[in-house]
Design a protein around this ligand. Structure first.
Ligand SMILES: [Zn+2]
Length: 342
């Protein structure tokens, strides 16, 4: 019999020692709670097909935030869900838009809460894309019975640079309302630098940016289904292919060069290799956004749900994320304050 020379179990047997060599800790101070705000009063509606994730009117949102603050969760990431959309996403940058109004109300009541806002067009734009859509006609060549026949067909195109101008306006309106950090998530090329420039020239040099590196993921569908009703395959033209890691790192590199202070990776669970690679390659804090599909999946886990949630969050920490943006933020904070350890 050959007995092992190296005995890694020595450090695991004594619970005191096991805790001393723990490499990653969960703490409510890392948590960011995503929140959806909508128009109206006394409104609480389920978002998409996800039981447990709601959008709130501002009056009820403030009650939710009280609970979040009491749980010592330091930050929320706010998404607006307006009642009306249009072709120019005007609700996204209106001074009286849903996010701008909510930001003012939240900062008024909870000035110490770190208020991050999502900067995008998809909830405000007819069709639900993250960029301005224009329709152009393209020739379609078909074999006809009497030779070649060319006809024109409409094709939807996302206009990157026209979108950038709107993103800058949205960002500025959030900053003026009082947001503490902005999170551009449209995946348009150049969004971080354009927003940075708009902020810098308007006395918001101090405001940090956390652009999202977004994969075209089925994990985001449960929420997107409600917020982006007509979205179709064109999203593939701006969001990342889930199969690509080198391209994701190029995207992160570009964001860092353009002035990202923190880089968000969205979704989280199936992209831990990207989080780990980002941590290794870039010296910026990483935020992992665990999206609605991940939340729904865990919610069906039955009696092990609590352990699974904390295990996933610890896994994201271990991968290298400093910030954990999760729909589980409230329950995790509650458990963590009771010192529930894995
Ligand atoms: Zn979007």
């Amino acid at each position: 019999m050959v007995y092992p020379q190296t005995r890694l179990r020595r450090l695991r047997m004594d619970p005191r020692l096991r805790e001393m060599v723990r490499e990653n800790d969960l703490n409510p101070r890392s948590l960011v709670c995503p929140l959806f705000v909508t128009e109206g009063k006394n409104k609480k509606e389920q978002v998409g097909s996800v039981p447990g994730i709601f959008m709130y009117s501002i009056d009820l949102l403030l009650k939710e935030i009280k609970e979040i603050v009491d749980l010592k969760i330091p930050a929320v990431l706010l998404f607006g869900v307006p009642e009306r959309r249009d072709e120019r996403a005007t609700g996204a940058y209106s001074k009286t838009g849903i996010v701008q109004t909510a930001v003012k109300a939240i900062k008024d009541k909870y000035p110490n809460l770190l208020l991050i806002t999502d900067v995008c067009l998809c909830a405000y734009l007819t069709g639900g894309h993250c960029g301005i859509v224009k329709t152009r006609t393209v020739p379609v060549v078909e074999e006809a019975a009497n030779g070649e026949d060319t006809r024109q067909e409409p094709e939807a195109v996302i206009y990157n640079d026209a979108t950038l101008e709107l993103l800058a306006k949205i960002a500025l309106s959030h900053a003026e309302a009082g947001a503490d950090m902005l999170s551009p998530s449209s995946m348009m090329d150049g969004q971080t630098s354009v927003i940075r420039a708009a902020l810098d020239t308007n006395n918001f040099k101090h405001l940090p940016l956390m652009p999202a590196v977004v994969f075209s993921s089925a994990f985001s569908v449960p929420v997107n289904a409600s917020c982006q009703p007509d979205r179709s395959v064109e999203a593939l033209s701006y969001q990342l292919n889930p199969a690509n890691s080198a391209e994701a790192l190029r995207e992160i590199e570009q964001d860092v060069q353009e002035g990202a202070d923190i880089v968000m990776i969205k979704p989280a669970l199936a992209y831990q290799d990207i989080i780990a690679a980002a941590r290794k390659n870039f010296n910026v804090p990483i935020a992992a956004f665990s999206v609605s599909g991940e939340y729904a999946m865990v919610k069906s886990a039955g009696s092990e749900e609590k352990k699974i949630i904390l295990e996933i969050l610890t896994g994201l920490k271990r991968s290298g994320a400093e910030l954990l943006i999760t729909h589980h933020a409230r329950e995790a904070a509650r458990w963590l304050s009771g010192q529930f350890l894995l």
